[in-house]
Design a protein around this ligand. Sequence first.
Ligand code: HEC
Ligand code: HEC
Ligand code: HEC
Length: 444
Amino acid sequence: MKPPRSTKRRWLAAAAFTTIAGTAAMAWPWKGAIAPVSRPAANLYSAETIERGRLVAAAGDCAACHTTEGGVTNAGGRGFETPFGTLYSTNITPDEATGIGQWSYAAFERAMRHGISRDGSHLYPAFPYTAFAKTSDADLQALYAYLMAQPPVSTEKKANALTFPFSVRSLMAGWNTLYHDATPFQPDPMQSELYNRGAYLAEGLGHCSACHSPRNAMGAEKSGEAYFAGAFVDGWEAPPLNTLSRAPIPWSETSLYDYLRHGESELHGVASGPMAPVVAGLAELPEYDVRAIAHYVAAQMQAPTANSDTAVADATQRVTSAAVSSTEMEAGERLFEGACAACHADSGVPTFSRASTNLALNTNLHSDHPDNVIQSILGGVHAEHVPGIGSMPGFADSFSNTQVADLTTYLRARFAPDKAPWQQVKQRSADLRQPHHNNSHSSP
Ligand code: HEC
Ligand code: HEC
Ligand code: HEC
């Protein structure tokens, strides 16, 4: 993976603008609004359909993006920082004036498959319709029923603050022509039912590649070899989920299942950051569905079904050799002993709040980029989605960037001794402290 130039979802870039504008001129015939309807009666849909729709919404993480911190579920208003300004998610409760209460199913389906709002205007792909387009009709219908059955909430719509010309929505018509494939999911007859179920969920509703695949200069996800090759999102690295994985102990299908189902895998660690709400959504799904996703991801990684004896022995060996510090980084070591070791070193005294997985097994410490380690130190780890896991306090207020850098460099040397030291860690710490996550990596 090349060093990222941006930590943000780069769904449109200036360089590409002319092409897009040119294509927009000859693009989609959809210009029209779809007539408003009155909100469907509450008893129109069966309880089973609504329940099915609830699971579809959980798989699609609708609430994660359509809810502000502490706000009403799906009432919108969460901001998305882009290199071109700020975009806000919308109210998808069935309020007739400010939500989707007047949307017919046809209008809803068009938005989910083609990224076009009821009034005919184009939506930006920060809304992952590029993935949702793969969803089956039956699932979309159930999702519509579920959303329409929720209590309507009236909200003030937040105006986007996008810079010209990115504020011109119709340009997305050109983008869609170039990059959006609205074909619903087609099962691969050469693959098993389990694989196809996993592919359906991962490529569609789960929109895993929206975070885990790098994007091109115009912000479209790359495919082919770059599919699942890792990317940067909201100041975090979404690690590679293909053969480029940097996990020190290679993932197995069993470990992937544990991680996706329970938010924790013994040989890897816990899901935190932007992956935490994904795991919380998956927790609602039936076991078969999560197994299917694990099976699909394992296939992308060419991972074995179970953890081999060699993998377990390798893990033990890594944990043993990281148990004693052998680096000569005094500043980092002092910080670690003072602030971290109580929870992160084997003192022989188990307490509830101690970390359950060893840092020597953590992908983030073995990545090419220090971002996730710095994020964990600054913001802590809040694993509410994983029952039985302690949480870790954030140190943003107690450590300077120099201290964060000393500590991060020390962690790398002690827990990932087979990897080269990270560069410019102090600058990265400063960048990641910015409330809107600095746009550019300082490394070229
Ligand atoms: C990654 C974040 C994200 C996720 C996940 C997400 N959305 Fe959105 N959605 C957005 C953003 C941002 C917008 C506004 C896009 C714009 O203004 O162009 C939006 C817009 C929409 C719209 C258009 C509303 C309008 O008034 O035009 C609908 C409908 C919608 N989302 C439904 C859903 C549903 C249903 C789900 C779950 C299956 C979902 N979204 C998941 C970010 C997200
Ligand atoms: C909103 C962005 C986002 C989405 C959507 C997302 N992920 Fe992640 N994922 C991340 C981030 C960020 C991390 C690193 C989190 C951490 O280290 O705790 C991560 C970590 C992971 C890991 C652990 C990798 C490792 O080597 O440690 C796996 C496995 C994973 N995601 C699978 C998935 C699957 C499967 C989906 C779709 C169902 C998915 N992710 C959707 C952002 C996302
Ligand atoms: C109160 C206990 C506690 C303290 C103090 C603590 N941690 Fe943690 N840390 C945890 C827990 C719990 C986790 C979640 C993972 C787990 O249980 O394995 C965690 C996870 C991590 C992770 C992995 C995060 C991820 O998403 O992969 C890193 C890196 C980390 N801690 C570094 C540190 C550093 C550096 C310090 C000292 C500045 C520190 N921790 C102090 C409890 C603690």
